[in-house]
Design a binder for this molecule. Structure first.
Ligand code: GLN
Ligand code: ZN
Length: 786
């Protein structure tokens, strides 16, 4: 511990403008290219490292070009080769036992080892991949047990700091904080009952202290520590324990370790309001604090006064959406913040979170209508907004008057655009709000459906998609490039539908699907056909590792122009006597996987989407389709990070589902599919959705969910997935029959459906047909034994 006279209490200069993070994928997805070339053996380790270094350099220079000064820690050092949570695990040496042989004699992991953790190695499973807070980014879940080694085991942060320094740049290293790291981790398999990774807090703190010491030694003025875990109150440990752990972090890293033995600390809590953690932060010895003022409120007067000794970095530019900032409002907020802190306030301007969640540059979108493009701000535009706001704050509003006016004009044009508010849509939503959206009583529906569908107990079906063949992908790409005309493309799709229908008949499935061959993506396919959405050309964002997605942008009121799935489903139905299930993507999932307008409450947008689906369901029903599935795989992941917000969310989510499906006649069977098996928290919501049949993931958890469902009084049809589609493994008939028998312990046969865990689009036909043949066989065997 430093003696008082050594403690440096002067806070180094903090840049007026910064961002909490920047996309790592590169302007032309260079990260993906470099990684995939290496994995495919098309490049050498040195080529990979050179590509990564050049990507880091390009990002750095780009941010400097956009106005972040590169010699004073304004540019974040936040690169990751695959995932920043994995990086943290590797930095702390938290390598699961099953990978121990990949460590060198100094206990380090080389690139191959690193990728083994991310992607698996031989028959060793990779770390589990899961959603990062309420975003569509996925992180790798660290595994921490009572004996997991935890120490500073890797010098990546130091190396990358030095790499930039050699280029004349002083970066601000970004590390995931110890509290968030442990809360995001899961206990190793076989950890003793009651063990929580957070029990290891005192073991990770010295590693962080050591890292801070090294960085201080190298002359890093600032280090950014991200503690997003503080904005959620839904961890499996009580809030009191989280706060106590946070106190420990502040004590050990900010207070006991004082400057100059460490760099100045910039502590962030992105993705929301840190709530009762903020006063603790204000009272701590950290030198700078970030506030997410997009999702969180301006702190109260007392807290602001308590922040007076610190740099307060205001996240006023939204890192989660693609809209230009209301600069007037942002500047007002910055002024209010500065005034609230009072005399000597030091306020910096930033984004609400890392820009990792938005595409790189709206300037790359050459085919968007210019007006629409003028409403957008991707990562680069957001950096410019931050820089501009910092100038406005420093030099006064007059200094940026012209830019404010231009931004206000773009905003006005957006709000006045005829597609943004459509009276007919608003009227329909308002009218639907007065309906109670109840379908006929379930018993009545069961009877009506039973008569028409005439299905056996333990009816077999699939979740919708069949493998997307290379031929199909080629046809879609050729259509996009204009090398194949629409008629020829549609022939290809119809050919595939016919093949899939025949195959399902041969397999003996009871309820058939058309296989979704026409869909590039379950959201984009619909977005392309609905008014109010636009699809970008190059708006890629990282999903995980090398994988990127291109979310659609929902900018206006939603209107269905014409039937979206009807021709395909009807075609499939015309080929068989068995029931064909229509397949739609639900409102919550449409929203969750798109960038959504910020000028209308999201719950209301959901009702608009629901109305479009309602029309589609009506058309399907009129064409004689007796079963329609509305997928909501994103329902649970969109749960707010704070418990208090959950009921409000579930209320509109359930309402949207019911609005979409309540026009179904009693004889029309409504299915839904949810992509996960733990849904204790949304059990009531699922019940209220009132679908006739709900399929869920259950194979990996061995049907554990069923007793819970049963106990909650769930009486409708349930299809617990009987095999895991994430793996190419073909389950045996006995194995599936075993799971069905287990399921029958908890659920009466009349309620039970037989299906895989999820859609089959990522599988190959060989595996698919073999697995489905076993599924049908198992259902028959168990059915016969009843
Ligand atoms: N119907 C979709 C499919 O089968 C559902 C996908 C999902 O749940 N993510 O692919
Ligand atoms: Zn699924």
């Amino acid at each position: 511990m430093s003696s008082p006279e050594e403690v440096d209490r002067t806070v180094p200069w903090f840049p007026g403008a910064t961002v909490l993070g920047y996309p790592r994928i590169g302007r032309n997805r260079e990260l993906k290219r470099a990684l995939e070339a290496f994995w495919a053996g098309r490049s050498e380790p040195d080529d990979l490292e050179a590509a990564l270094e050049s990507l880091r350099g390009a990002n750095r220079r780009r941010l400097a070009f956009l106005g972040l000064t590169s010699d004073d820690a304004a540019v974040p050092q936040d690169f990751s080769v695959y995932d920043h949570v994995l990086d943290t695990a590797v930095m702390l040496g938290a390598i699961p036992e099953r990978f121990a042989d990949l460590l060198d004699d100094r206990g380090r992991l080389d690139r191959t080892g690193y990728f083994a953790l991310a992607r698996g190695h031989g028959d060793r499973a990779p770390l589990e991949l899961t959603k990062w807070f309420d975003s569509n980014y996925h992180y790798l879940v660290p595994e921490v047990g009572p004996d997991t080694p935890l120490r500073l085991a890797d010098d990546r942060v130091v190396r990358e700091f030095l790499e930039a320094a050699a280029d004349g740049a002083t970066l601000r290293p970004v590390v995931l904080g110890p509290l968030s790291f442990l809360l995001l981790a899961k206990p190793v398999a076989g950890a003793p009952e009651g063990f929580h990774p957070l029990d290891r807090l005192d073991d990770v703190l010295p590693a962080y202290a050591e890292l801070l010491g090294e960085l201080s030694h190298l002359g890093a003025p600032w280090v950014q520590i991200d503690e997003p875990a503080l904005v959620a109150d839904t961890w499996d440990v009580p809030r009191g324990r989280v706060l106590a752990a946070f106190d420990r972090v502040l004590e050990e890293l900010a207070e006991r370790l004082a400057r100059p033995a460490r760099p100045a600390l910039f502590l962030t809590t992105p993705y929301g309001d840190p709530g009762d953690a903020l006063p603790r932060l204000a009272a701590s010895h950290v030198e700078a604090v970030a506030l997410d003022l997009v999702r969180g409120p301006l702190p109260d007067a007392g807290t602001l006064a308590a922040l007076a000794g610190k740099v307060v970095v205001a996240g006023v530019v939204d890192g989660r959406n693609v809209w230009r900032t209301d600069l007037e409002r942002a500047l007002d907020l910055l002024t209010a913040l500065s005034d609230g802190i009072g005399e000597g306030a030091r306020v910096g301007v930033s984004t609400s979170c890392s820009l990792l969640h938005v595409p790189l540059d709206a300037g790359n979108e050459r085919h968007l209508a210019p007006e629409l493009r003028s409403w957008l701000a991707f990562a680069d535009q957001k950096v410019e907004e931050v820089v501009l706001l910092a100038r406005g704050l420093a030099e006064g509003r007059e200094a940026v008057e012209e830019e404010l006016e231009e931004a206000a004009e773009a905003r006005r044009s957006r709000l006045a655009h005829s597609g943004v508010v459509r009276d007919d849509v608003r009227e329909q939503v308002a009218a639907s709000a007065r309906e109670d959206l109840a379908r006929a009583p379930y018993e009545e529906r069961v009877a009506a459906q039973g008569e028409i569908l005439d299905l056996p107990v333990l009816a077999t079906t699939t979740i919708g998609s069949f493998p997307q063949t290379p031929e199909l992908r080629r046809a879609r790409a050729a259509l996009r490039r204009g090398e194949l005309d629409r008629a020829a493309y549609e022939d290809t799709v119809r050919g595939e539908i016919a093949r899939v229908v025949r195959m399902q008949e041969e397999l003996g499935l009871d309820v058939l699907v058309h296989g979704e061959p026409e869909r590039n993506d379950m959201v984009q396919y619909f977005a392309e056909q609905l008014d109010g959405f636009v699809v970008t050309e190059r708006g890629w964002v990282q999903s995980y590792g090398s994988r990127c997605t291109r979310p659609a942008i929902l900018w206006g009121d939603v209107v269905r122009r014409r039937p979206m799935t009807l021709p395909w489903i009807s075609y499939a139905a015309s080929l068989t006597d068995r029931p064909v299930k229509g397949m739609l993507t639900g409102p919550v999932t449409m929203l969750a996987w798109s960038f959504v307008r910020d000028d209308l409450p999201v719950g209301e947008v959901a009702q608009q989407l629901a109305l479009a689906l309602r029309d589609e369901i009506a058309d399907l029903q009129a064409a004689g389709i007796r079963i329609v599935q509305v997928d909501e795989p994103a329902l649970r992941e969109k749960l707010p990070l704070r418990r208090a917000d959950r009921d409000g969310y579930l209320a509109w989510a359930v309402r949207a589902f019911r609005l979409a499906t309540s026009a179904a006649e009693p004889a029309t069977q409504i299915h839904t599919h949810l992509c996960y098996s733990e849904f204790g928290e949304i059990l009531d919501a699922i019940d209220q959705m009132d679908a006739d049949v709900t399929s869920i993931e259950a194979a990996r958890s061995r049907m554990e969910i069923l007793p819970q469902l049963r106990a909650a009084g769930f009486r409708r049809g349930i299809g617990p997935g009987v095999y895991d589609i994430h793996s190419p493994r073909v389950p045996s008939t006995e194995e599936i029959a075993g799971l069905l028998t287990a399921a029958l312990d908890a659920v009466p046969a009349g309620q039970l459906w037989v299906n895989p865990d999820c859609g089959l689009k990522t599988r190959r036909y060989e595996e698919t047909t073999a697995a489905l043949a076993n599924l049908v066989e198992a259902a028959r065997t168990v059915r016969d034994s009843l």
